[in-house]
Design a binder for this molecule. Structure first.
Ligand code: FES
Length: 148
């Protein structure tokens, strides 16, 4: 007899037949969900469909040691948030700025055309968090006024 998780996976595969195993894995078991208190970087983004994503970063010596996200978007957006935070962890801030929509798409094994904007949302939200990190580094007093 199938476990509940296997049943859900079959159901999703029926609905999402043209999504890769990696997308399904990250949509069903997203990594790095949640917030980081007193984060070093915080970014928000809104997709062309109005779904939103937020990303928190912990940065030590200009290297990302923790990256987390939250989204109110669909399963594909969850998969993209999960993947972009996985890709960011361990990278320097400079390296993380280079994470593109294409890199996320490649790491996920591709997305159908109508879902490509979810990867753009994740890439853009990460850039906003990185920019926030640089801003807070220059003007640490601004952290007190940041809306997280
Ligand atoms: S961000 Fe719009 S459907 Fe994913």
């Amino acid at each position: 007899m199938d476990t509940e998780k296997e049943v859900v996976k079959k159901y999703i595969l029926d609905m999402w037949g043209n999504y890769s195993e990696t997308v399904l894995d990250h949509a069903l078991n997203p990594r790095n969900v949640g917030s980081i208190s007193e984060a070093d970087g915080f970014g928000e983004g809104t997709g062309e469909c109005e779904d939103t994503m937020v990303i928190w970063l912990r940065v030590v010596n200009d290297r990302i040691t923790e990256a987390t996200f939250w989204t109110d978007g669909c399963g594909t957006t969850i998969a993209c948030g999960s993947m972009v935070t996985e890709l960011a962890k361990g990278k320097t801030v400079k390296e993380a700025f280079l994470i593109s929509r294409e890199e996320i798409l490649q790491a996920l094994g591709g997305l159908p055309e109508e879902s490509v904007h979810c990867a753009a949302l994740a890439a853009g939200t990460l850039k906003n968090a990185l920019q926030d990190y640089l801003e807070m580094k220059r003007f640490p007093w601004k952290k007190a006024y940041r809306q997280e």
